[in-house]
Design a binder for this molecule. Structure first.
Ligand code: ADP
Ligand code: ASP
Ligand code: MG
Length: 423
């Protein structure tokens, strides 16, 4: 099996020793184990802060080189801790472990995994410890990182390449909950969840798993088991058969699996756009040129008197300035009047496969928001999700009201946050 330990699980020397014991126990129980580890505690954030003190725009290649050092520290000290328990552990960088990526620094995609050295270490009876979140570019041979939270993806990719029967993700909470237990104390643990629902939760801000790792797991059918490294609780299974399993167990499939929120987006409104063919294509063509992903889009009905309309869309706040620059530079070509930027927004999403076949979910969601006095700015839906944009000051209220309206609160508080700073 593959076991991944997140930064909060190896935040200090005691954490590293505790995790080493857990790994050795797995081995003693007879399982072959490959370990993926993240940087200790908030190391990655601290390295980013350091870089920003030195340069306003550090070269992407060098930033990646810097950030990968966080995982190098944890893999080496973890291997040492295992050695003190009488087992041989060997640490490997992503590159040594055969994690081959494209050349996109800071957001590289894994294109192949060739874990020859990991297999050899296993065959020789050693426990391989792999640095998460990093790889090597197939073309430039430079060291790359996979984007924040990328150790989850490393773990699933290795599990797929090694045909492991499960990928265990150890973190600082007892599994996937109906909302982030840091925000909703009464959140309930989800025992099993399908890849589809987990993907929506992750994409909507539930950072317990990152979307790309869930996508990867779905493609290669790797079951993920999310649990705490601080307890022995049963955790959450993410797999293809989630629906069948709950049916077998005689449970009715829950209509709603959870609520998620995301404060990392911003909203751009392009005002006074002529209502004619090709305008939207011109606007979003510019945004695409910048390699910026957009999320929601709303176009207003054009005012009869002027023939002008407004288009609003959301995007990662980190890309806000770039998008504004691109649009302003093309103001004459596109032909709009003004552009407004707003980053005091947040997105609240309700996710559940059961909403496909249960009418009234939307009405109940919006009813709960109205009762809580929360104004909705934008709405989007997919088959199994409804998302709204609200003012950032309203996010907590909206989340708590929605969680309650759908009876997601646990009867007794069961969620424990064992570590981490939530950063
Ligand atoms: P790690 O360091 O192990 O990678 P992360 O901080 O990336 O840990 O992810 C774990 C955190 O995810 C939890 O501490 C919790 O605050 C947050 N989280 C957000 N949404 C959820 C959710 N629905 N269920 C569980 N945890 C969640
Ligand atoms: N250390 C990296 C980060 O903080 C990767 C990870 O934790 O998964 O984003
Ligand atoms: Mg994480």
């Amino acid at each position: 099996m593959v076991q991944k330990y997140g930064g909060s699980s190896v935040a200090d020397a005691d954490g590293v020793k505790r995790v080493a014991q857990r790994i050795v126990k797995t081995r003693k129980d007879g399982d072959q184990v490959v370990v993926v580890v993240s940087a200790m505690g908030d190391t990655t954030d601290e390295l980013i802060d350091l870089a920003s003190q030195i340069s306003p725009a550090p070269p992407a290649r060098e930033l990646d080189m810097l950030l990968t050092s966080g995982e190098r520290i944890s893999m080496a000290v973890l291997a040492m801790a295992i050695a003190t328990l009488g087992y041989e552990a060997r640490s490997f960088t992503g590159s040594q472990a055969g994690v081959i990526t494209d050349a996109a620094h800071g957001k590289a995609r894994i294109i192949d995994v060739t874990p020859g050295r990991i297999r050899a270490a296993l065959d020789e009876g050693a426990i391989p410890i792999v640095a998460g979140f990093q790889g090597v570019s197939q073309t430039t041979k430079d060291i790359t990182t996979l984007g924040r939270g990328g150790s989850d993806t490393t773990a699933v990719a290795l599990a797929a390449a090694l045909r492991a029967d499960v990928c265990e993700i150890y973190t600082d909470v007892d599994g996937v909950f109906t909302e982030d237990p840091r925000l909703v104390r009464g959140a309930r643990r989800i025992p099993v969840i399908s890849y589809e629902e987990m993907l929506e939760l992750a994409a909507c801000g539930a950072k317990v798993l990152i979307p790309r790792c869930v996508e990867y797991a779905r493609r290669y059918e790797v079951p993920i088991h999310v649990r705490s490294s601080f307890s022995d609780k049963v955790g959450t299974w993410v797999n293809r058969h989630a629906d069948d399993e709950s049916e077998e167990a005689g449970m009715e499939q829950a209509i709603i699996s959870g609520v998620a929120h995301d404060r990392s987006e911003a909203k751009i409104t392009v005002v006074g756009v002529p209502d004619r063919v090709g305008e939207a294509a011109r606007i979003f063509g510019k945004i695409a040129e910048g390699g910026i992903n957009i999320d929601m889009i709303v176009q207003n009905v054009s005012a009869l008197a002027t023939g002008l309309t407004d288009i609003s869309f959301t995007l990662p706040a980190a890309d806000g300035q770039k998008a504004l620059d691109l649009l302003r530079a093309a103001k004459d070509v596109i032909g709009f009047q003004e552009v407004f930027y707003e980053d005091r927004i947040g997105k609240v999403s309700l996710i559940g496969a059961g909403m496909r076949s249960h009418p009234g979910v939307t009405a109940k969601f919006f009813g709960a928001l109205a009762e809580a006095g929360v104004n909705i700015q934008m709405i989007t839906t997919s088959e199994i999700r409804i998302s709204v944009v609200v003012g950032s000051a309203d996010v907590d209220t909206a989340v708590i009201a929605t969680h309650k309206a759908f009876d997601l609160d646990a009867e007794e508080v069961e969620a424990v946050v064992y570590g981490g700073t939530g950063r």
